[in-house]
Design a protein around this ligand. Structure first.
Ligand code: HEC
Ligand code: HEC
Length: 303
């Protein structure tokens, strides 16, 4: 009897491992479906730059202190997360240490599926969980813009090294299978153009929900409690709710919130500077006024 149970347990274990192996494998974009979109796309570099700023790429991909070109996303500055220390990689077009040689498909798989060119899973410390909602055209513009930046050789950068990293990455695959929603953003025809633009920027490139929307038990943004605030994802403190900002007398109107997003602390908006929000605001200040206004319109619709 004992032997039978042991065999059964072993068999279940093997079945589980096999299932896990398949579930946690890579799930790339459908190459044929996407290649026509790639081939017919006309690049708009200005749009790419807007998305680069809205996406806050520099906030995480900035170089370590002391490296000269602080305004280039050559990676290497430490990013503290509950999983461990990350050193986000070089995303300048350097051919050896950056992403200059990446195909459009490789870039899209990174941004929309969290997959490396070798088919490894990225950790969601890289917020592809939000970028996945961006349109293919916007991502192609973003890649084209990145390719106009000065290439930086980052061979001196520290590299992420986590305990049991390969197994953890497979685990991320299992987690994606359970919880990652990869649907592209869909505008709501009943809302204004400004609202829809704001909704797109907040949900996709701006990745505001990564901090402002609480997570469910799978640790993914719980959109049924959208923008209601919660514990800080980087482990310390809380992130405020963005619901009812006018009712709670935080901001007077769209104009007021727009100024806060554009000017932040220098204009006396104090609650928009700490816990990573200061960097978000600096990036917002580089957007066209119509875009920050759209974000303000969308956020203030949560009454
Ligand atoms: C909140 C921090 C954060 C932000 C914001 C961020 N990234 Fe990253 N990114 C990371 C981390 C961390 C990794 C590495 C993940 C890993 O090792 O699994 C990464 C990896 C990448 C990679 C893979 C590079 C490689 O060599 O494998 C690309 C491409 C990338 N990011 C592009 C972007 C772009 C474009 C933006 C802006 C739209 C952006 N990232 C914004 C944290 C961030
Ligand atoms: C890295 C985490 C993080 C991200 C990403 C983030 N925020 Fe914040 N946000 C915060 C924190 C923390 C605060 C509180 C800052 C303070 O009190 O100084 C805050 C405050 C705010 C406030 C002021 C709220 C109040 O009660 O006065 C607004 C408005 C806001 N964020 C909007 C946004 C928008 C829009 C985005 C996306 C473009 C965004 N945030 C992305 C962390 C984040």
């Amino acid at each position: 009897m004992k032997k039978k149970i042991a065999i059964l347990v072993a068999a279940l274990g093997i079945a589980g491992a096999v299932a896990f192996y398949f579930i946690s494998g890579p799930n790339p974009l459908d190459e044929t479906a996407i290649s026509t979109q790639i081939a017919s796309h006309k690049v708009d570099l200005k749009n790419g730059q807007i998305l680069y700023n809205a996406g806050g790429c520099i906030s995480c991909h900035r170089p370590a202190k002391g490296v000269k070109a602080q305004n280039l996303p050559s990676g290497g500055a430490v990013l503290k997360t509950p999983v461990g220390l990350f050193f986000p990689p070089n995303i300048t077009p350097d051919e050896k240490t950056g992403i200059g040689r990446w195909s459009s498909l490789q870039f899209l798989n990174a941004m929309k599926r969290g997959l490396s060119p070798e088919g490894k899973h990225y950790f969601p410390a890289f917020p592809y969980t939000s970028y996945t909602h961006m349109s293919v055209g916007d991502l192609l513009d973003l890649q084209a813009y990145l390719n106009t930046l000065k290439p930086v050789d980052a061979s001196e950068n520290k590299k992420t090294s986590l305990f049991g990293e390969d197994l953890l990455r497979r685990g991320v695959g299992g987690w994606k299978w359970l919880g990652l929603q990869t649907n592209e953003f869909e505008p709501q025809p009943s809302q204004s153009a400004g609202w829809n633009r704001g909704a797109y920027l907040v949900t996709g490139p701006g990745h505001c929900s990564e901090c402002h929307t609480p997570r469910n038990f799978l640790m993914v943004s719980d959109y049924s409690r959208i923008l209601q605030g919660g514990p800080h994802p980087e482990g310390k403190g809380k992130v405020p709710s963005l619901v009812g900002l006018v009712k709670r007398k935080k901001f007077k109107d769209i104009e007021d919130l727009n100024s806060a997003l554009r000017f932040g602390e220098i204009m006396g908006y104090e609650d928009i500077s700490s816990g990573g929000m200061g960097e978000v605001q600096t990036n917002m200040s580089k957007l066209p006024d119509s875009d920050t206004r759209a974000i303000a319109e969308y956020i203030l619709s949560f009454k």
